[in-house]
Design a protein around this ligand. Sequence first.
Ligand code: ZN
Length: 476
Amino acid sequence: MDTNINEKLLDERLAMLEKTRAWSPRTISKLEGLIRTGDDFSLFRINPIKFSTEKNIPENEAIDLFLFGSKYLLFDMNWNLICPGCGDIVSSFRTLKTLHSHFYCNVCHVSTEASLDDYIQIAFTISPEIREIAFHHPESLSVEDYYFKYRFYLDAKYPNGLRFADVVSQVMKCLSYISPKGKERFDIEVTAGFLSGGDLVNGADVVFEINGEIKPEKQNLSLKLMDGKFEPRSGVLSPGKVTLEIENTMDRKGSILLTNLPAGGGAGVLNIGNFLSGKRILTSQTFRDLYRTEVIQGTEGIGVKDIAVLFTDLKGSTALYDKIGDLKAFSLVRQHFDSLGKVVVNNSGAIVKTIGDAVMATFMNPFDAVNSAIEMLKEIKEFNRGLKGKEIILKIGVHKGPSIAVTLNDRLDYFGSTVNIASRVQELAGAEEIYITEDVYSYPRVQELLRSLNAAPENARLKGIHEEMKVYKITH
Ligand SMILES: [Zn+2]
């Protein structure tokens, strides 16, 4: 294969990666194999989840592999905003700092607010210093590669299983670059519905309604691309033959993709498959440790539709501090943070912060959070062996729901009523008790976890929450 690899850099950086943590056997060589022999497209926007499936590596390890890989400059990490209607990667950001969640799609002609759970995706592209690939230079790609590989996310599928890219290919009327000051002509035939599309290179969109009787004579449609916009941008045509002429009045390259869709539009919202979401990466302890300085810009934050939040606190810590002194007690508390941290990471979660003796952690789902809570109690039981009279006594609460990811005091944090309720629910717990809300209890497979424990329902009044809430007290 004709690849240009910087051997020295690749060796150095792979060696750093190898040393950084314990990896499953052959993990690094599987990655090296991809870098050396993969085709250009396979090294562009690598999805760690897909990589983990294909290479038979645990998911969390694959995510770590690419997070550390980016830290050591083997890869560039990107935050992509994907349009749910067409799979267009509307924007791509190098850092979380520059990410915003509101966007307009020039293919679907709609504005969308993305949340961290669904249409914000993190992907990794080989660093150009290690190996140059065509996708580092999108301006040099063929128009087909530019649209179908660089812009449209190929794994995006409609609920019926069809890929957007294949659907578009079927209804596509024209696809072409238009050179600076150049002109392109297309003879096409259109049917009732819409002639819709745009120029994704310049972010221009165009949509014509097609209705009425079929016109026997050819219609002419002239479009001008000027200042990054089409003129006219909309209008009405009749079904039948159309001669389309597009003039690019600009000094830079333009392009055109037009599709003829039936009225009623697309076939629904796309499923973009199993990818690394913003939510997942924010619940990765490795991400939080490696990218401490990453912040979410702006005061409004970015929404998460559903996240599980766990709080712990210690019972009788004042008495403990009193009994063994601040220094010794603090040392114990620190050690217990480490123990809890290990449990959290083993359950695919991340510690957001510690507040005094308390811990706040987030998880992808309530199952992981409840499993973590149960393991925390076991872990602390072990921890307390030989600590006669100065035991650490844990109280835990779990809730789930929507939240806003924000940066508070230079830290990626979560904000909103889900977090408040989780904290209040924790306050209900006594020694070695876990309190969970109804939403958590009814989440798939959570009740299986609780099978060998007692789960007693109660109605609780939580501080600052108007309505009574159904909660479950979990005890041994
Ligand atoms: Zn779209």
